[in-house]
Ligand binder design. Structure first.
Ligand code: FAD
Length: 470
């Protein structure tokens, strides 16, 4: 290899098409290598267990896709600056490209690395990252970051979203894919996801196509009902950049342009995608949204310590069926439906008054889509400490939410089979059911299924009081 070898440092962008860094490297050089680093730098949030499962499988697919183009994927671990320096020296690299990331600690690391490499007279270029629009390219009339979603969305939808880039050219004959297993450290429990998900760029586009063909029309209404399964399930693909948000944006618009009846559903879908950008906007402009409440008054909140309740919540044994169903779905599949995420987060941070950071950490470990921006921003939204948070008096009642959004109990029965014989009337509130109903359904509270660990009415009052006192 000569000095013209290009290096692409891949991070949250495990795809070939619409990858600005990869496209630029392939344009500039006739030989390109790709590098993924399991980073050990201070400030980098190590992926949780479920995300490590996804990462491994995604890298495996990517290595094959890159090999088809004549590009090898190296997977290393260590401090990013040290690993890059080694690879650059050993492979005679002349230019380096990456797509940006947005957490303040990551930005600082990238900046330092860029300065150091440039001192060594390397050409280093960063490109737009895994968002619709760079977080600093969108601001309020007063030139400030947005803190409320609706005006953010209003501005974003009128912005020009760049068209996706094509797949880069082939740089040579296909080669043998590199070994990504060396650094594989996913926990044993994540093995159960093997039959649940397909990873990689093709799987991401298949998921989008399936959604647009089958479910888009029902999305605005159907997205609230966990048993209907009409949402796109693109979140882990977006998290790892197997598909870019602008590919999702333009594919959805192009596909539905000539279908008048799909305009409103498309708009709703794209507005949800924009929530993701809004989370990244907050991540970029704040020091650390995963550890500090965005509304400072919430640092005075007197959270309860209740290890037993936290454990019951994590294991899906709270005795509140829709919450238990969600927590078990999470554990079994690495995913949870959005409405149920809101309900379980509300139960933890409001009814149980347990610090939202405990829940955020559990989600971080268990979700295949656990995301630096979306996870803490959503938790803070539910807990009330977020910028554009749910008002403090909005405390979901999981039993009535269940009756509304899982009226026939299909979702609960799938994940909490020990109460499946309960009649619809009581499926969301077995602790309130008459004895003969429980007996007929074979449910013995405290034995076959837990009694509710918290009284929803009383704990609601307690949460209101705690928040009012702030
Ligand atoms: P769809 O409804 O099909 O939406 C398409 C895409 O838009 C999603 O893939 C996602 O990227 C984005 N999106 C949709 N809803 C939201 C939202 N409310 N906020 C931000 N982006 C959204 N999402 C994550 O990607 N990672 C997380 O770690 C995460 N943690 C969450 C924690 C809590 C407590 C809550 C309430 C929500 C969390 N979300 C998270 C947001 C949301 O639940 C998921 O993005 C969504 O359920 C993913 O399913 P989907 O891809 O089928 O979504």
């Amino acid at each position: 290899m000569d000095r013209s070898t290009g290096l692409v440092w891949l991070r949250n962008d495990l795809r070939i098409s619409d990858n600005p860094a990869l496209a630029a490297a392939c344009k500039e050089s006739d030989a390109v290598i790709a590098l993924y680093i399991h980073e050990t730098d201070k400030g980098i949030r190590a992926p949780g267990g479920a995300a490590r499962w996804w990462l491994h499988h995604s890298l495996t697919v990517l290595a094959k896709d890159l090999a088809e183009l004549g590009i090898s994927l190296m997977v290393e671990s260590g401090k990013a600056g040290d690993v890059l320096a080694d690879v650059i020296k050993n492979q005679s690299v002349g230019n380096v490209h990456w797509n940006r990331r947005y957490a303040p600690a990551e930005v600082a690391i990238d900046k330092e690395i860029k300065e150091n490499l440039r001192k060594d007279e390397l050409s280093v270029t960063s490109h737009p990252g895994n968002v619709l629009i760079e977080p600093w390219m969108i601001e309020t009339g007063q030139g400030k970051p947005y803190s409320v979603f609706s005006p953010f969305w209003k501005t974003l939808r009128d912005k020009h979203i760049e068209q996706p880039l094509q797949k880069p050219r082939k740089l040579g004959d296909a080669i043998k894919a590199g070994n990504v297993d060396r650094e594989y450290k996913a926990p044993k429990w994540s093995k159960k996801f093997d039959g649940v998900w397909a990873t990689g760029e093709k799987a991401a586009h298949d998921a989008l196509d399936h959604f647009l063909d089958q479910n888009l029309e029902d999305y605005p209404e159907g997205r609230n009902f966990p048993a209907r399964d009409v949402t796109s399930r693109l979140s882990p693909h977006l998290r790892f950049g197997e598909i870019s948000p602008r590919q999702v944006w333009h594919t959805a618009l192009a596909r539905t342009q000539s279908h008048h009846e799909l305009r409103a559903p498309t708009d709703k879908f794209l507005s949800e995608l924009a929530w993701r950008d809004f989370s990244y906007h907050q991540l970029f402009h704040r020091p650390d949204i995963s550890s500090a409440p965005m509304q400072p008054k919430y640092s005075r909140m007197e959270w309860r310590t209740d290890a037993k309740a936290l454990h019951a919540w994590e294991k899906g044994m709270t005795g509140i069926p829709i919450v238990d169903a969600g927590m078990r779905e999470l554990w079994q599949t690495g995913y949870m439906h959005n409405r149920v995420r809101m309900l379980v987060a509300s139960l933890l941070s409001k009814n149980l008054l347990i610090d939202w950071r405990e829940g955020e950490r559990w989600f971080w470990d268990c979700l295949v889509d656990s995301d630096m921006a979306n996870n803490p921003a959503s938790w803070q939204w539910v807990a009330g400490s977020g910028l554009d948070a749910a008002p403090y008096f909005r405390i979901f009642n999981p039993a009535t939410q269940g009756e509304r959004f899982d009226a026939d109990g299909k979702y609960v029965r799938e994940w909490v089979p020990e109460i499946k014989a309960m009649p619809d009337k009581w499926i969301h509130n077995p602790s309130g059911a008459p004895k003969d109903v429980l007996k007929a359904a074979g449910v013995e509270l405290g034995t076959t299924y837990p009694r509710a660990i918290v009284d929803l009415k009383e704990s609601r009052e307690r949460a209101l009081e705690a928040q009012k006192n702030l």
